[in-house]
Design a protein around this ligand. Structure first.
Ligand code: MF3
Ligand code: CO
Ligand code: CO
Length: 273
């Protein structure tokens, strides 16, 4: 496993790419309404990235070994879709929950972030609780990032928070190192044991992107070769940030004016520390 330590200059380039990725989500948020299709969301984001930002949508034609090229510019994962949902001519409806996952390339560097959106601002209590707990899982994971901590510390807090709340964590997909490449080492699992796994060092950059299911953890891949769904077809949620390990903790790189602030429980933890 070869984990790259980014230089100050590379970190600055990542700051730029990551902010742009977050700004795509700010841009698209008002469009996420009942009646719009996920294909229309893809088109709007694609045009914004290419024409306004002059960024490259990293998913378009992305083809890791064993995969066919991803046909669209963003991932749109609705309700029981866990991740890698392919935008389609299918309209969102009131009460849906949808993850929009954006990865842009700017000057050769990748920024990767995703958020949940509640369509029509009227979703079931279970759906909104799932989105909130998953958001807290992301931030609990982030809060463990500092030199000397281990990847298992991050996985552990995420798994514990999801499971204490009656949910389950997807095992087949994980966070990842990121930089000049979309997916680099290390793999950042969203479950695990404290004190295990790779030790974090300043200058490492990776994503944390927990996928949390309302029902069981098992997933299936659809015939399109990309879309991942919960095997029991219960709801799934995901949030993602790209972070850099700093000398005394972390810096979240995928930030912008419209990105949701950390949840209250993080303030509590920091206040207590
Ligand atoms: N953005 C996803 C991630 O967080 C990867 C999507 S790959 C794609 O790692 F090809 F589906 F876009
Ligand atoms: Co990612
Ligand atoms: Co992503």
């Amino acid at each position: 496993m070869s984990v790259t330590i980014k230089t100050a200059e590379e970190i600055e380039s990542m700051r730029v790419a990551c902010k742009l990725a977050s700004e795509v989500l700010d841009f698209i948020e008002p469009h996420v309404q009942p009646g719009i299709t996920t294909e229309e969301l893809d088109r709007l984001c694609h045009d914004y990235m290419v024409n306004e930002q002059k960024t490259i949508p990293a998913p378009l034609n992305y083809a890791p070994p064993g995969y066919s090229p991803f046909p669209k510019s963003i991932c749109t994962s609705v309700n029981h879709v866990v991740c890698h949902g392919v935008p389609a001519p299918r309209a969102l409806k009131k009460g849906d929950i949808v993850n929009l996952d954006i990865t842009v390339i700017k000057d050769g560097f990748h920024g990767d972030t995703s958020r949940m959106f509640m369509v029509g601002n009227e979703v079931s209590k279970q759906a909104s609780r799932l989105c909130q707990i998953t958001f807290e899982c992301l931030w609990l994971g982030i809060s463990r990032v500092r030199p000397g901590a281990r990847l298992g510390d991050i996985g552990h807090v995420i798994q514990r928070h999801a499971e204490t709340n009656g949910f389950s964590v997807v095992r087949e997909f994980c966070g990842h190192g990121i930089g000049r490449k979309f997916h680099e080492d290390p793999q950042v699992l969203h479950y695990g044991k404290p004190g295990t796994g790779m030790e974090l060092q300043p200058g490492m950059i990776f994503t944390i992107e927990p996928m949390v299911n309302a029902g069981r953890a098992a997933v299936s891949e659809l015939a399109d070769g990309w879309t991942i769904v919960t095997r029991d077809r219960t709801l799934s949620a995901q949030w993602e940030h790209t972070v850099v390990v700093t000398d005394d903790g972390y810096e979240v790189l995928t930030v912008s004016d419209g990105c949701p602030p950390p949840p209250a429980l993080i303030g509590d933890i920091r206040g207590a520390a």
